[in-house]
Design a protein. Sequence first.
Length: 444
Amino acid sequence: MSITDVRIPAIDPSVDRTIQLVTAGAGAGSTCTPELAAGPWNFDGAPGYGPGSSMGDVIPVGSPRQGELPRAYRDATAEELDERIRTAKATLGDRVVILGHFYQREEVVRHADFVGDSFQLAGAATSRPDAEAIVFCGVHFMAETADLLSTNEQAVILPNLAAGCSMADMADIDSVQECWEQLEELYGTAPDADGRVPVIPVTYMNSSAALKGFCGEHGGIVCTSSNAETVLEWAFERGQRVLFFPDQHLGRNTAKAMGVPLDRMPMWNPRRPLGGSSSDDLTDAQVILWHGFCSVHRRFTVEQIDRARAEHPGVRVIVHPECPMEVVDAADEYGSTDYITKAIAAAPAGTTFAIGTEVNLVQRLAAQYPQHTVFCLDPVICPCSTMYRIHPGYLAWVLERLVAGEVVNQISVGADVADPARVALERMLAAVPPVAPRGAHPEA
Ligand code: 13P
Ligand code: SF4
């Protein structure tokens, strides 16, 4: 079994087979663990999240935690789960809307009413105000955002409460508050002659609601990977500098493309005084980058791009902006998951693409566009292990509980955090015209 078999699954959009190959040894050097191929219920104990929080925050007693998925769902075959999901969804009809992020496994995405990137799904969360429940097949911060944007009468459900985002967990509210206090001490709070305040906080959508609330309270804004440049422009109009969290790579790649020199982008490591930078560097800074990263996207390398070009002359290399700067620089293009999807859809037949993003999306695109060759830059990449926790068993469980009249796994953000978080999100939505979400998956 060669690596190429793993890399180019021409017709099978399910990533389960890839994991089985990787864990069976076809992908030596991979960080995939065999446990990943087994049920995600093996990981249900942790992490835990309080309302509106990241994993680094104190979790209030009584916050719901993922209990063990009932055995009937753990033991069911893939076909049985598929049938149970279809039946429950048909019974619920318009009472439920299912949202699925591009990185969800095929077995889940095929049941989604809307499939998209995090920006599009934030819009989709407002599109069906009459639905009683929004089942969000994605990760914790996305479900929180849906709760912030949906009506008070709607329940947002995350099928597995342990599905978080390791990058979002790298910035907690206490560390950001501490950072802010140090920056205020250094810069003061007075605006300059043009009315620009010393620093504007910008949080990537991949963050807890508490951080979005922090931005709302401090004149800041949220961004996603599809609107980061527009949002940074918004921030530079209002501030002399930006504090960007939690993803250093999205911040660096976006600011660099806008002409910000690297030496004016110091890093903030929350474990060090002044974030590990000198006060001179911070005074000269245009963008202060939080020391966060995505463990999936940081696995992509320039060597992988060189190899793809050597093996596939003429290949188009597109990577996500969460990849390290050298990788983005070496690629032909970079963009959000939506950008990648549209680029492949629009290409002339016979194009070969090497893609640097999560493997579930890459394999789905490979299956959806057989007229092209589409493969993942990393031949032995694991899926995002937290997105992967939304196994179809959990989707069947939450839907069947809804049919029985019970809402389980509800994500609700308290008003103290929700109100300012909504302000920051609304600034983002006003800064960028909302993009219509992609319609129902063809197989739904
Ligand atoms: P998008 O904003 O492109 O959906 O990406 C979300 C994400 O988690 C990327 O790792
Ligand atoms: Fe978070 Fe990375 Fe997974 Fe996206 S791919 S949800 S940033 S861990």
